[in-house]
Design a protein around this ligand. Sequence first.
Ligand SMILES: Nc1ncnc2c1ncn2[C@@H]1O[C@H](COP(=O)(O)OP(=O)(O)O)[C@@H](O)[C@H]1O
Ligand SMILES: [Mg+2]
Length: 248
Amino acid sequence: MNCILKAKNLYFSYSKESVLEDVSFCVEERDFFAITGPNGGGKSTLIKIILGILKPQKGGVSIDSSLDRNIDFGYVPQNTNINLEFPITVLDVVLMGNGSKHKSKRGLLSIKYSKLEIECAKHSLKKVGMENYLNNKISDLSGGQRQRVMIARAICSHPKILILDEPTSSIDINGQKEIYKLLKDLNKELTIIVVTHDLKVISNYADKVLYINRKGYMHNLDDNRFKLDRDGHFCEVELMQMLGAKDA
Ligand SMILES: Nc1ncnc2c1ncn2[C@@H]1O[C@H](COP(=O)(O)OP(=O)(O)O)[C@@H](O)[C@H]1O
Ligand SMILES: [Mg+2]
């Protein structure tokens, strides 16, 4: 296996109680890599370790030498706390993703962005189907549209790996479908790591799934066994049993 991102015997705790124990996995290029498991199981913690925000006490995550976390990782966090009262446009939100390059004492909105940056932001908004909303206020969008803007922001710097933490948790069913269709499309060009509770998404889209409940269980799905039939239900039950099977 040619892992571009690899965890080996990783242990993490915030205090005495351990949150992640002996977690190992391998992400290959162009994987659609799903992470699932119960609330509090350690999924978001693992994402933060992958991003280099948290350091494990034992073991670690190694990334391919061709990758740079600052450039090649795009991240859509679990709860994107955009203040909806704030009169900010779609284009501003995407441009602010480049904020770290623009340290300004006068605040992000007084920054002058270059033509190139603006073109780049427009291009990534086009990729997510939001090019007609550039000047709309972010507060006027639906949850699904807003999340697509957050994805545009994360892919603006052309990352090689896009990491999303429960991207559809507060979005209606149609919006969810659109987001996953978009991710499938983006997956042609980049590796996707996504935290989700949605078994349909896992069985329809994922190549691999990591079930995390303190310990991690890796499952390879690329043998097609768990792709849903037209009805969907049987495989979903089977998948759920498989994911939970080793959890005892
Ligand atoms: N910043 C933190 N400080 C202390 N404990 C935390 C912190 N963040 C998460 N935890 C705890 O770590 C465990 C795993 O949390 P988390 O990674 O957010 O799980 P998940 O994303 O799977 O719901 C939970 O018990 C949670 O309460
Ligand atoms: Mg979480």
